[in-house]
Design a protein around this ligand. Sequence first.
Ligand code: FAD
Ligand code: NAP
Ligand code: SF4
Length: 679
Amino acid sequence: MTHPVFPNLFSPLDLGFTRLKNRVLMGSMHTMLEEMPNGFEKMAAYYGERAAGGVGMIITGGISPNEVGLPTPGLAKLSTPEEAAHHRIVTERVHAIAPDCKICMQILHVGRYAYHPNLVAPSPIKARISPCVPNELTEEQIWEQIGDFVNCALLAKEAGYDGVEVIGSAGYLISEFLVTHTNHRTDAWGGHYENRMRFALEVITRIRQAVGPNFILVYRIAAMELLENGSSWDEVVTLAKAIEKAGATIISTHFTWHEARVPTLATMVPRAAFTGVTARLRKELNIPVITSNRINMPDVAEQVLAEGRADIVSLARPMLADPEFVNKARDNRFDEINTCIACNQACLDHAFSGKLTTCLVNPRACYETELNFLPVAQAKKIAVVGAGPAGMAFAINAAGRGHQVTLFESSDRIGGQFNIAKRIPGKEEFNETLRYYGRQIELTGVQLKLNQRVTAQELIAGGFDEVVLATGVAPRTPDIAGIDHPMVMGYLDAILGRKKVGKAVAIIGAGGIGFDVAELISHKGVSSALSLEKFGAEWGVDFNNHPRGGVAGVEPQVEKADRDIWLLQRKSTPVGAGLGRTTGWTHKILLERKDVRMMNGVEYQRIDDAGLHILVGNQSITLPVDTVILCAGQEPLRELQADLEAANVKVHLIGGADVAAELDAKRAINQASWLAAAI
Ligand code: FAD
Ligand code: NAP
Ligand code: SF4
């Protein structure tokens, strides 16, 4: 029967020898569970929950076909039958939970992106983002790599996978053969395009020969590398057609190389930004095509499919955020979806720091065997004070377990600082988190008391068994001479528009909030997260004409701020060094393009009518500003604690109320969730 709301999303896809039950694919993400003790059991639970959540097909995190293809020594590879046996734990669990869910293993050979001395590549050209010069592959070694891909695919089949995905994009080995950026060979594997695509074609042809016709073979193509000397559109089409002919079942479009300087996943990227590229390629092919990147809600996915931009949508991070995404869409409960806000803070930032992947909005991701919200035998009467991320996360999870939870909030709405954050251009997705918590508060029966600055006496009189203080933070006022000058304001005044920001502005403090304030006050027009045209212009991507790599010859066009801005910090480290690993550079580049001046090693001396007086090294400088905005961190707000404890009430502190330093929503929600599971 056709789904009334999402007819395309829930239409099956016939692959000839098999069928996908719907058009949603869980995209590949290496989580580090692969390498943990007991990792395959944990992966079985992790993928099993996504299979139970209704997804049509899963692509696992990347597994190397050999030692030299590993990102770092000791990570997961599949080159022996003994290794294949471990994978059975995963495939059997997924198939037992959802026999109609397909699971394919991604084969990932990282080539010159490896962090070990045995790395290999078509040519000995070091990547900007990796420390070692790769060893140039000999002809014989090239054939060995191809053989290892084939062996890996065969072992995956033996391990019970329904197919494999070969990643031929992102700057990994196969893609390194394709472009002159990394392939300077003069033999049969380099030079003109026919030679450069030979490696990819040999891999696909030989895998297909080895595994037979009834095994899903996905090829992930670099549809737009976002590199000056990436592929031309004709080359992309030529390769895709040849891959189809070589025996691929599906082509999955991928955008960017890791070394490119254009964001493709961050929250500032418009939803479904790259699906137009997939649409163009789809017209050239006869096999199904997958699209991906920033498709985080079912209506977005449905629109992509309805407009014929792809046959399948790949959701990767949204599957971390909510394993039940597909079932919730199917049951028209999309307002219950815990939406991926594209922050990268707990997934990609973790992955690129060697930490276990999880999710800011869903700390259970990759902790499925440890963090569980089990029904309680004895319900407690619990008061939660503060409905910011910490208070909301605690409240819904504790109430979901059966506790009787009352959530007090002094303002007229839930969300705490997320109500501030969502005003920053590029952070519009934070609205989804507020919608999610609002709905969960209703569903779990949390008693929400807005506009109630509750006192300790009221809490004591309320007869609560335990009180959770999630009262957040108060902005810090630094001790600088002249801090009371009328030109000084807090970041809340600036973001909420409570005070007028002038034409020359010094921002004191260059943490996450300092950067956000700089973005807000330097911003003009529509948020680029809401306009593909503006995003393309800001980052120098020509989506319409697709020059080489999508970017060749295109100059980024950023509208300059109409005020002078200085972003200052005392530390001598580079400004922005503490921002998110996979997103910090994007914020920094954008502000630099808007001529925001960043200064480190600053000593604040005084503020007066002439402006802000600072010392940098031995040099005294007066910044001639008419506005100083304080973004100098925060202090915990926990004024209720002492009176409650004096009355022997059991008190818990979570989020900013516990520790304000280095607080972010990831820590707030995570801490709250673990407490809710334990209380
Ligand atoms: P809060 O969000 O501060 O919530 C505390 C709540 O308690 C408030 O709603 C307050 O009204 C209420 N309250 C206080 N006292 C009482 C009382 N006595 N009675 C009743 N209610 C009370 N974090 C990220 O991880 N990623 C980001 O990209 C990000 N961007 C940000 C951008 C901006 C501009 C700002 C300001 C913050 C940003 N943050 C970000 C930080 C993030 O919002 C905070 O870390 C998070 O909100 C902390 O959660 P919390 O629940 O501890 O506190
Ligand atoms: P923060 O990141 O801790 O930055 C505070 C800034 O104030 C620092 O630059 C610090 O640098 C400066 N500072 C601290 N004490 C000071 C003092 N006494 N005088 C002058 N300067 C002082 O905190 P935040 O910017 O307020 O952000 C709060 C939290 O929200 C952060 O932990 C952050 O993770 C989160 N957040 C995240 C994002 C994101 O995109 N991921 C965005 C916004 C906020 P110096 O000490 O070197 O001067
Ligand atoms: Fe999405 Fe952020 Fe969760 Fe990553 S951590 S899955 S980007 S919400």
